[in-house]
Design a protein around this ligand. Structure first.
Ligand code: ZN
Length: 141
């Protein structure tokens, strides 16, 4: 609809010029240019928003959730972990700082405990009944 209004505006400028009303034509031309600039800016903003949304959608396809934290998996490589709170709330990836027993988000300060490693007791270690290799003789016969 606005395109049609602009086209008729340009046609009117031409008619005014032909009729020798250059001052009127110039004023109309100026207002059409101003409207064009407003629409150009709006269009650029929409394009930028669209590409941001597309980037977030691309990113979400590479994200995996381990029940606590997010990981980014791309080309078989795993990056992260990233804060679940920051990603879910702000759609931003904040890499967690690793400590001995936990990870920490430096943005929202949320803590993520590392899973406890199973400690192996001496009894659980089973030795092979036969030696894997012949012992190397220390003294040559
Ligand atoms: Zn966070």
């Amino acid at each position: 609809m606005q395109v049609l209004a602009h086209l008729s505006g340009f046609k009117r400028v031409l008619e005014l010029m032909k009729a020798g009303k250059t001052a009127e034509a110039t004023a109309l031309q100026k207002s059409l240019q101003d409207e064009f600039m407003v629409q150009f800016d709006e269009n650029e903003t929409l394009k930028r928003q669209l590409s941001e949304v597309a980037a977030v959608l691309d990113l979400s396809e590479c994200m995996s959730f381990d029940g606590q934290k997010y990981w980014l998996e791309e080309d078989g490589k795993r990056e992260g972990p990233y804060c679940q709170v920051c990603y879910d709330r702000d759609a931003t990836l904040v890499r967690l700082a690793e400590h001995d027993r936990h990870y920490e988000c430096r943005s929202c300060h949320n803590l993520y405990m590392k899973p406890k490693l199973k400690t192996v007791t001496r009894k659980e270690i089973t030795l092979p009944k036969t030696p894997l290799k012949e012992p190397i003789p220390i003294f040559a016969k």
